[in-house]
Design a protein around this ligand. Structure first.
Ligand code: HEC
Length: 335
């Protein structure tokens, strides 16, 4: 009884629902034409307004923060460094470790009197630039503080492989005082720190003209170098032909020394480069094989689906019915 009455209620609800539904449809259809056109207009307007607001905000944001501000005009920025075909920068090439040895020699004999190489411990030189024995001997040439002993005193001990290459000056102030107020920057990450990287440093080292060009204003204590932003650099020309004597007999021309020291500085900024490139090729090889296998598996799995033929079998007409057409009196539907 209860079930029947609830069924009835449900039915009447359903009917009511249908009725409302129908009326709703009818009212919509009766006034459809003007409503649709007005809603289309509002949609277009809303879309256009949203686009305008989006473009406007992007433009305003760019106006506030997007423009890069230059302290100097492009002329004052300095000459753009020449692009050189650095062998070690190619995808398949490693550092030339003989060049790294020569470059380290140039750093030690020329640059190290002014520039520190704070981030390089002797142990990282082992295997890529020096042998273990060479690195140990070099480390022992300098003295480092010991840990405080039982009396709290700090003593001096010869350097170990775990020590870092010492800085030429005690602190930045001492460095400035010795260099006319200019601070020779740390060279560990210099290749990464300057726009142009290797090209810039090479151009800088080899780009000192004999005489500043006519009309160039060079402040006292500065040297003219067209590649340095502002063209007046506190570092004088440091590389001259034959300044160092390479152990492998390579002629030590200015450009040879610059090339070697730049490659060495690239190593100090990216000591992991050789490993990184090797790893990159391994990753490409493995993912290449996996990609090929995944294509094969996909084709294998899909082969049954792709080669499947879907055929429509029309229903067979009942036997009792007279044939619809056809002289043989068959079902009349060819299969
Ligand atoms: C006599 C000291 C001295 C020696 C030797 C020296 N430099 Fe410098 N170097 C400086 C000073 C000082 C500056 C800062 C220049 C400035 O800010 O105007 C500098 C700046 C630099 C810069 C940065 C330029 C920039 O864009 O800011 C690089 C790179 C550089 N030196 C590389 C070298 C290399 C490589 C060697 C060795 C071949 C070397 N320097 C030898 C004193 C020296």
């Amino acid at each position: 009884m209860l079930a029947r009455s609830s069924l009835r209620i449900a039915r009447s609800f359903g009917a009511a629902g249908k009725v409302t539904c129908r009326t709703a449809k009818r009212s919509a259809s009766s006034s459809s034409t003007p409503k649709i056109s007005s809603s289309a207009w509002t949609t277009t307007a809303a879309g256009s307004a949203a686009t305008a607001v989006a473009i406007g905000s992007a433009a305003w944001y760019y106006h506030l923060y997007g423009r890069s501000v230059h302290a100097m005009t492009p002329a004052e920025e300095g000459l753009h460094a020449t692009q050189y075909p650095w062998e070690h920068e190619k995808w398949t090439k490693t550092f030339d470790h003989q060049a790294l040895r020569r470059g380290f020699q140039v750093y030690r004999e020329v640059c190290a009197s002014c520039h520190s190489l704070k981030r390089i411990p002797y142990r990282t030189l082992v295997g890529s630039v020096l042998t273990v024995d060479e690195a140990k001997t070099l480390a022992e040439e300098n003295e480092y503080d010991t840990e405080p002993n039982d009396e709290g005193e700090i003593e001096q001990r010869p350097g170990k492989l775990s020590d870092y290459i010492p800085s030429p000056y005690k602190n930045d102030e001492a460095a400035r005082a010795a260099n006319n107020g200019a601070l020779p920057p740390d060279l560990s990450l210099m290749v990464k720190a300057r726009h142009g990287g290797c090209n810039y440093i090479f151009s800088l080292l080899t780009g000192y003209p004999e005489e500043p060009p006519a009309g160039a204003v060079v402040q006292s204590g500065l040297n003219f170098n067209p590649y340095f932003p502002g063209t007046g650099i506190a570092m004088a020309r440091v590389l001259y032909d034959g300044l160092v004597e390479y152990e492998d007999g390579t002629p030590a021309t200015t450009s040879q020394m610059a090339k070697d020291v730049v490659q060495f500085l690239n190593w100090s900024a990216e000591p992991e480069m050789d490993e990184r490139k090797k790893m990159g090729w391994q990753v490409l090889a493995v993912t290449g094989v996996l990609f090929a296998i995944s294509i094969w598996v996909k084709r294998y799995k899909w082969s049954t689906i792709k080669s499947r033929k879907i055929v429509y079998n029309p229903p067979i007409a009942p036997k009792s019915k007279p044939p619809v057409r056809g002289p043989t009196g068959g079902s009349g539907v060819s299969r």
